[in-house]
Design a protein around this ligand. Structure first.
Ligand code: NAD
Length: 501
């Protein structure tokens, strides 16, 4: 399927993709896919006001009926899984299997949210007063602003939007300026679902804001945005969090990670090697959950590192649209420069670098392919504590498990973590209160590739937010505690007497 046919399948109007100021490049070869008109800060105000009007209507539509809209969205995604996955590959540089996998995550969260639409449960609570009942009710919250990163250009929107819609909230989405086409495609698919849904869906339930940081900031500051859900770098979160807090808005931050795998002496080495390879090299190291640190017991370290080096050398690097490719391009030249700077710093801090060179420069002079790097480090130095958004795996050795755990936790980020071990004590310690301090802590599974059923997110500089499964829906709603007195008396709580006879 050529690009214009792909756009058409996904409902993108070719005439609206040219003549604007935002050039959208494909990281595959650097070519310009579109030039989109950009929104301004005053458009943000109009969009949010429109979304607020939509909220006043949508909040009264019964939740299971709201779920029907999300079911229809899931159907559109099923029908267009291959096409949307392909556009993800084209715009974000993921291999086709990962592009399609990202769309599958969207389908999964739609299914989850449809079920959730009948389960927005509150508690009934025992009252201390006779003839009284207490309960909790969950109500729609208001307009949800969603800001997303380039590397999961569609899934993160769906995690937020599927839940927001069933919870009764409209969404205004500012995708990354590096991946706006996939956002327009998602919006077009949702419009198709809305057409099938019927009249009780108000206008303005879902809107897309095209632009960079300035329109993002206008969304962050808008007083009618009840929840701001932002996914991206810790640098971005450090700016966004305090701004939303200063107007007493609610925020959900999903920021950078620095994820480690600990490999113990009893680990199944075949499984560990595969888990590390997928975690460190998949998506060319551009996942928030990418494995960036390997903390390996000294008795098995040399053997494992040798094995990884062989696997790295045979992982095909190239055009992500071609069969067999495992490592696609970095998103842009800045990402490449960031990787080279980190490797240089690692060398200066005592590291020995394997791989990391630019690849395919003759064939793709305007794209940024690299061989993934393994860096043997003498310890967890400064560069290791930073998230460099590229395929660099730092290797540290340990002797005692407590030492490995301490190293795993001794970074500012707290997203994902894993241990490969067949020692029950190590596995239990890792997942205990004194174990990994991350939002995700796995045993005999790598750090990336979470399922949508669990709550997703991390601690410390990762921002503390949780989205997707479990009870993440609660952040999209407001909780009211109701006390109902069905007696003929008016007893006060805590037995207080106030003006009684
Ligand atoms: P980025 O921080 O450069 O940009 C993310 C988004 O924030 C973009 O839409 C950008 O326009 C917007 N933005 C930037 N500054 C802003 C500001 N001051 N106000 C409002 N909006 C602003 O991130 P990126 O390079 O697109 O993505 C990579 C980063 O995202 C990595 O750090 C990665 O770990 C992180 N990430 C985290 C998760 C997670 O779930 N924890 C998921 C995906 C990516």
């Amino acid at each position: 399927m050529d690009t214009s046919e792909l756009f058409k399948t996904l409902g993108l109007d070719a005439s609206q993709l040219q003549g604007g100021t935002l050039a959208v490049h494909s990281p595959i070869d650097g070519s310009v896919l579109a030039k989109l008109p950009e929104h301004t800060a005053s458009d943000v105000d109009k969009m949010v006001s429109r979304a607020h009007e939509a909220f006043l209507k949508w909040r009264t539509v019964p939740a299971p009926r709201r779920g029907e809209l999300v079911r229809l969205l899931g159907e559109e995604l099923r029908e267009n899984k291959e096409a949307l996955g392909r556009l993800v590959s084209l715009e974000a540089g993921k291999i086709l299997a990962e592009g399609a996998g990202e769309v599958q995550e969207m389908i999964d969260i739609c299914d989850f949210a449809v079920g959730q639409s009948r389960q927005l449960y509150g508690l009934t609570i025992a009252s201390e007063r006779p003839g009284h009942r207490m309960m909790e009710t969950w109500h729609p919250l208001g307009v949800v602003g969603v800001i997303t990163a380039f590397n999961f250009p569609v899934a993160v929107w769906s995690w937020n939007t599927a839940l927001a819609l069933v919870c009764g909230d409209p969404v205004v989405w500012k995708p990354s300026e590096k991946s706006p086409l996939t956002a327009l495609a998602c919006q077009a698919l949702l419009q198709r679902a809305l057409k099938k849904f019927g009249d009780d869906a108000p206008e303005g339930l879902s809107q897309v804001l095209i632009g960079g940081r300035d329109v993002g900031e206008a969304l962050v500051d808008h007083p009618r945005v009840a929840l701001l859900s932002a996914t991206g770098s810790t640098r971005m979160g450090r700016q966004v969090g305090p701004r939303v807090a200063s107007r007493f808005g609610r925020y959900l931050l999903e920021l950078g990670g620095n994820n480690a795998i600990i490999v113990g002496p009893t680990a199944d080495m075949d499984m560990a090697a595969r888990g590390i390879l997928f975690g460190a090299v998949g998506t060319a190291g551009q996942r928030c959950t990418t494995t960036r640190r390997l903390i390996v017991h000294e008795s098995v370290a040399d053997q494992l590192v040798e094995r990884l080096k062989k696997a790295y050398q045979s992982a095909p690097i190239g055009n992500p649209l071609e069969d067999g490719t495992l490592v696609g391009p970095l998103i842009d030249e800045d990402a490449y420069n960031g990787m080279q700077t980190a490797l240089q710093q690692a060398r200066e801090q005592g590291g020995t670098v394997f791989g990391g060179e630019r690849q395919l420069a003759d064939q793709y002079p305007d794209a940024w392919y690299v061989s993934p790097a393994i860096v043997d480090m003498p310890g967890q130095t400064e560069v290791v504590c930073h998230e460099t958004f590229a395929p660099i795996l730092y290797v540290m050795r340990y002797q005692e498990f407590d030492e490995a755990l301490a190293m795993q936790n001794d970074v500012p980020q707290g997203l994902s973590s894993a241990v490969f071990t067949n020692d029950l004590r190590e596995a239990e310690q890792f997942t205990s209160a004194a174990g990994s301090d991350c939002g995700i802590a796995n045993v005999n599974i790598g750090t990336s590739g979470a399922e949508i059923g669990g709550a997703f997110g991390g601690e410390k500089e990762t921002g503390g937010g949780r989205e997707s499964g479990s009870d993440a829906w609660k952040v999209y709603m407001r909780r009211a505690t109701n006390t109902i007195n069905y007696s003929r008396e008016l007893p006060l709580a805590q037995g207080i007497k106030f003006g009684d006879d």
